[in-house]
Design a protein around this ligand. Structure first.
Ligand code: TXA
Ligand code: MG
Length: 279
């Protein structure tokens, strides 16, 4: 059910849950101060309780209140607002958000509606607004189709289209836990060496996450044929989840996807495609 920004703010302030737009994908948000509201997110998504949520904040100052800030994070914060989540030791964060882990993932989203809601409500815990294991929503209609009873603030189609890059800044070298809207190249320019993958098991890294109902078959980049215009990796990312969802909705049994050029955000597209194809 679509609601106005004003109504969304009201619902979240009163301890309810509401889907909100971000530049990556739509999130299912709850006030980070309300344990009951955060629990309601897990129930709505049917998400296992030990899977931590990203804590969305309005600015760097707020991020610092909820973490043990790291000098390396200073080298990355000019990428905020943006599609980057930083995993740091947690401070003052409800255990229901961190899944009981001693760390927290923090992100300042680059969407004017999300920032307006954050300014009015305060920090928001928000996973992607899809059922556990399904494709993330990149349009308000995707959320409505999957959760007809949930309030959704429509902020238009997401400009990035795949989830944020997750980087852990803990003991040892920086770890890229999930490729996303900020490329590994960009991270390495600022941090030096970055370890790809990590020992921290997170649900976004389960092999069959991000799966449509249809079977997905992959063909290498550049082999789909001249009749399919080859877009940039950015175009591919923006279109990916909408294409998977609309083909699913039309009853496709097999979806053949051309992989992206493996540069920049194309790495994230290919990561999601491999997971969508895995079963
Ligand atoms: O782009 C995004 O990040 C979107 C929008 C809504 O912000 N959110 C999103 O949330 O993708 P979700 O819950 O679908 O994925 C969050 C990922 C999960 O893989 C989770 O395990 C990981 O972040 N995560 C959260 N807290 C963590 C922590 N403390 N340590 C390691 N990974 C963490
Ligand atoms: Mg998700």
């Amino acid at each position: 059910m679509l609601v106005t920004v004003h109504r969304g703010v009201q619902i979240l302030s009163e301890g309810g849950i509401c889907a909100i737009p971000t530049e990556t994908v739509y999130g299912l948000a709850a006030s980070a101060r309300s344990e009951a509201a955060v629990r309601a997110i897990f129930a709505a998504k049917r998400r296992p309780a030990d899977h931590p949520l990203i804590l969305h904040v309005a600015d760097v100052a707020t991020a610092r209140e909820y973490s043990v800030w790291d000098a390396r994070a200073d080298a990355l914060v000019d990428l905020w607002p943006g599609p980057l989540a930083l995993v740091l030791p947690a401070r003052n964060v409800l255990g229901v958000i961190t899944g009981g882990h001693p760390t927290v993932a923090l992100r300042v989203p680059a969407h004017p509606v999300a920032l307006e809601i954050l300014a009015a409500v305060g920090p928001l815990a928000a996973p992607s607004a899809n059922g556990f294991g399904r494709v993330s929503p990149t349009r308000a209609e995707h959320v409505e189709a999957e959760f007809p009873d949930l309030p959704v603030v429509d902020g238009g189609p997401c400009s990035v289209g795949v989830e944020s890059t997750i980087v852990a800044l803990l003991n040892g070298p920086p770890q890229l836990l999930r490729p996303g809207g900020i490329s590994l190249e960009t991270l390495m320019e600022r941090l030096g060496p970055v370890q790809v993958g990590g020992a921290i098991a997170v649900p976004g890294t389960l092999p069959s996450h991000y799966a449509p109902r249809a079977k997905v078959e992959l063909v290498p980049y550049g082999t789909a044929g001249a009749d399919i215009p080859a877009g940039s990796p950015e175009d591919h990312a923006r279109a990916l989840y909408d294409a998977l969802r609309s083909l699913d909705a039309r009853g496709a049994t097999t979806i053949v996807c051309e992989m992206a050029d493996s540069v920049g955000i194309g790495v994230a597209v290919n990561d999601r495609l491999r997971r969508a194809a895995h079963r």
